[in-house]
Design a protein around this ligand. Structure first.
Ligand code: AMP
Length: 213
């Protein structure tokens, strides 16, 4: 099963993508996680990506597309995957479709997790991320067992620079301009499924598994 997660930054698509990947035993491929790992390791890609990410802007398509296409060619992606944070622009979606059609493959579902902007801003100010493994928490909706400490690896939880209020507002406007058109794009392919992302994490997950089967 090949799945794309769509939705505004902070809509919960990363959390849901992780749960989908576990349930269906497919890889969770997050471009944001790939960039953050590169930034942490101070790679050339990381250095380039950081200048955009810190401003709430998208990393240019040419730095993203090959990275994802190569990742999808790996053995573990043969049985399917859940793409989280990609595509984010129409040219990325077109490049993905072109790469997949060369291999006779296609995306099965594009899940759109819908949350209004006002709720996004409230959520993101409470989001905390593990500085070591990248796991995501929320001070109200998904708190760790011990405040400030990652359940998964014991790392310190931090507020990501790109989750700060001004950056969140910028990211939301970028989302509306550049990423939202993908909903029409995938509606045209008849694979879009909308879920109400304002409900609890488990309710949203139940809605998604109801769709995926
Ligand atoms: P995320 O964790 O998915 O919210 O991604 C964090 C940041 O990484 C985004 O705000 C973008 O700056 C960058 N990024 C992640 N995925 C993409 C993509 N597909 N295209 C361009 N930039 C991306």
């Amino acid at each position: 099963m090949k799945i794309i997660m769509l939705g505004a930054p902070g809509a919960g698509k990363g959390t849901q993508a992780k749960k989908i990947a576990e349930k269906y035993a497919i890889p969770h491929i997050s471009t944001g996680d790939i960039f953050r790992a590169n930034i942490k390791n101070n790679t050339e890609l990381g250095k380039k990506a950081k200048t955009y990410i810190d401003q709430g802007l998208l990393v240019p398509d040419e730095l993203v597309v090959d990275l994802v296409v190569d990742r999808l060619a790996r053995e573990d992606a043969k049985k399917g995957y859940v793409l989280d944070g990609f595509p984010r622009t129409i040219p990325q979606a077109e490049a993905l479709d072109a790469a997949l059609s060369e291999r006779g493959e296609k995306i099965d579902y594009a899940i759109d997790v819908e949350v209004p902007d006002s709720a996004i801003i409230e959520r993101m100010s409470g989001r905390r991320s593990c500085s070591q493994c990248g796991a995501s928490y929320h001070v109200v909706f998904n708190p760790p067992k011990t405040e400030g400490v990652c359940d998964a690896c014991g790392g310190t939880l931090i507020l990501r620079d790109d989750d700060k209020k001004e950056t969140v507002e910028k990211r939301l406007s970028v989302y509306h301009e550049q990423t939202k058109p993908l909903i029409d794009y995938y509606t045209g392919q008849n694979i879009i499924k909308e879920v109400d992302g304002t409900r609890s994490m488990d309710e949203v997950f139940n809605a998604i598994t109801g769709i995926l089967g």
